[in-house]
Design a protein around this ligand. Structure first.
Ligand SMILES: [Zn+2]
Ligand SMILES: [Zn+2]
Length: 123
């Protein structure tokens, strides 16, 4: 079966990894993709994208904030198996995502490429 969005778009990623799980629609910032691909290269382990692009309905379903950057295709939530989240944070900070959310209990990082000053929070 040929899957929609099964298109290699970077060294380590295919488009479907960023799509909305409910409707398969996707928007993706080239800048975000380049940074996540860079992060993948530096860490040298598979990056699981828990959430990439979200349509409005999906964003509501997962309890995202109304103006979530996931709606704009400029945010991802990522997870790496058997890797300390605090170490992943250091790599992500070095690469320079403008928004970084540190969700220690749920073991994922939110990364985005919003414009303006850097923004860090713990969830
Ligand atoms: Zn959707
Ligand atoms: Zn997020």
């Amino acid at each position: 079966m040929i899957r929609i969005n099964d298109i290699k778009i970077a060294a380590y990623f295919s488009l479907y990894e960023f799509e909305c799980p409910c409707c398969r629609r996707v928007m993706l910032s080239p800048d975000l993709l380049a940074r996540v691909d860079h992060l993948r290269r530096v860490i040298n382990r598979p990056i699981y994208i828990n959430s990439g692009y979200r349509c409005k309905e999906e964003n509501q379903r997962v309890g995202g904030v109304p103006g979530s950057y996931h709606l704009l295709g400029i945010a991802v939530d990522i997870h790496i198996q058997d890797f300390l989240l605090s170490d992943l944070l250091i790599y992500a900070q070095e690469i320079g995502f403008n928004g970084i959310g540190f969700y220690e209990n749920k073991n994922f990082l939110h990364l985005d490429v919003r414009s303006g000053p850097k923004h860090f929070w713990k969830g």
